[in-house]
Each structure stands twice: as C-alpha cells, then as structure tokens.
Design a protein around this ligand. Structure first.
Ligand SMILES: Cc1cc2nc3c(=O)[nH]c(=O)nc-3n(C[C@H](O)[C@H](O)[C@H](O)COP(=O)(O)O)c2cc1C
Length: 216
C-alpha cells in the first residue's frame, strides 16, 4: 500500500491518511457548482444552522478540534446601517471555523499604518449617497485613494460589496476599493462579489454564506 499522503491537500490537513485518500479521490471530480454547494453545506454545519439548498443539517461532531488558528485575516468593514457588519460577523464565524485568526475592524477605527502589513484582507463595504462611501469609511477611502497610500505587495484581498441595483452607481464604493487595492499591488484571492438587498435578506434568514468559498 502507498503510505504517502495524497497530493493536493496540505500536509497538515487534519485528516487521517484514509480520509485524505477518500478526499483526494472525490475533490478532482467535483464541478464548480458542486464544490460551491458543499462549501455552503459545511458553512451551515459549522454555524450549527440548517442552511439553504433544502438541507436540514444538524450540528455535527467532527472529531478533533481544528489546530490553533494561525492564518491572519483582517475583515475591514465600511457600513452605514449595519448590513455590512452582519456580513462581517458571518464571514468571521466561517473563516474562524476554517482556521483563520480573524480580526474585524470598522474602517473608521482602522490604523492605516497596518495596511501594508496585512497578509489577508477582506473588505466588506456598502455604497451610499450617490456612489459614496459610508460616512465612517470616508476618511479611510480618501486616504487609500490618495498619493500617500502604500504599496501592498504582501497583501491578498477580496472585496464583498453591498449595494442596491436601483441606484445608478451600484456598489461603486466596493468597485473602487477592488480596483484601488489591485492598483496598489495587492493580489485578489477571489473576484469581487456584490450583494444586493435580496441577498442580505437571505443572509439574515440564515442563507448560504458566500464568503467561505473565497477563503478556502
Ligand atoms: C440613501 C441611500 C443611498 C444609497 N446609495 C446607494 C448607491 O449609490 N449605490 C448602491 O449600490 N447602493 C446604495 N444604497 C444601498 C445600500 O448600499 C444598501 O442598502 C446596503 O445594504 C447598505 O449596507 P450598510 O448597512 O452596510 O451600509 C443606498 C441606500 C440608501 C438608503
């Protein structure tokens, strides 16, 4: 029997050899929508809720606790009426379950000097007015768009933009952050996603969490 761990999974993935062999056999056969379905399914299990897709999932004991969270993830939130905060809390739960050490910070409280040191950054931000940032995010927005913003070559990022399609500048602030972070040299770990009011309602009622797929 070949006792080498199968390739494709990290060596320290918390599975027995037998489990790794089974996963390795399964993973390459999944198409994108099956992988996405599974990510939502496991997000629901880790949050102890029955998620969408008609799955009535009860909390499941998964054996060993995950190893101590060592991968840093900063979730930077720009919000006016709290929806982005709800998303950030959901993303934090899912990311922590996936082994990330998560720090959620409001843009209004963020220490700009830390930005260039961020390894993994998830920006969750809404758009207000006519394509403007939320009030508390305005100063950070102005700073990052300006000449004194640092190069971000060490940073991996993704943007989760909230908005409403009835506005001409749909998700403009999220789009601006997405473009600017890339222009400063940061690397996207997933394409920008945009949430509309309907998606927010889904999240509020325990719907599938979109972020998890980005973080895996
Ligand atoms: C007065 C007002 C102005 C808004 N302007 C925009 C806009 O220009 N573009 C957009 O995509 N959404 C716009 N929205 C929708 C918000 O971005 C959306 O409700 C979002 O979920 C709010 O998230 P938050 O609670 O995190 O701030 C606006 C909403 C209000 C009430």
């Amino acid at each position: 029997m070949n006792n080498n761990p199968p390739s494709g999974l990290p060596e320290n993935a918390p599975f027995s050899h037998q489990q790794k062999v089974a996963l390795q056999a399964l993973l390459p056969s999944l198409n994108a929508s099956q992988a996405s379905w599974l990510s939502g399914f496991f997000a629901a299990i880790s949050m102890g809720t029955a998620a969408g897709n008609g799955v009535g999932a009860a909390p499941v004991a998964v054996g060993h606790a995950p190893t101590a969270a060592t991968i840093p993830l900063t979730i930077l939130v720009g919000t006016e009426s709290g929806n982005s905060e709800i998303c950030a809390a959901k993303a934090k739960t899912a990311a922590a379950a996936a082994g990330f050490a998560v720090n959620v910070v409001d843009m209004g409280d963020y220490d700009q000097d830390k930005l260039a040191k961020e390894e993994n950054l998830l920006v969750i931000v809404s758009t207000w007015g006519e394509g403007e940032p939320p009030q508390r995010a305005q100063a950070f927005y102005d700073w990052i768009m300006g000449d004194s913003a640092p190069k971000l070559e060490k940073t991996r990022f993704s943007v989760f933009a909230l908005g409403d399609t009835s506005y001409a500048d749909f998700c403009k602030c999220g789009k601006d952050f997405d473009q600017r972070l890339a222009d400063l040299g940061a690397t996207r770990f997933a394409d920008r996603s945009m949430l509309t009011s309907t998606s927010i309602l889904l999240l509020r009622s325990g719907g599938k969490l979109c972020c998890l797929g980005w973080l895996s």
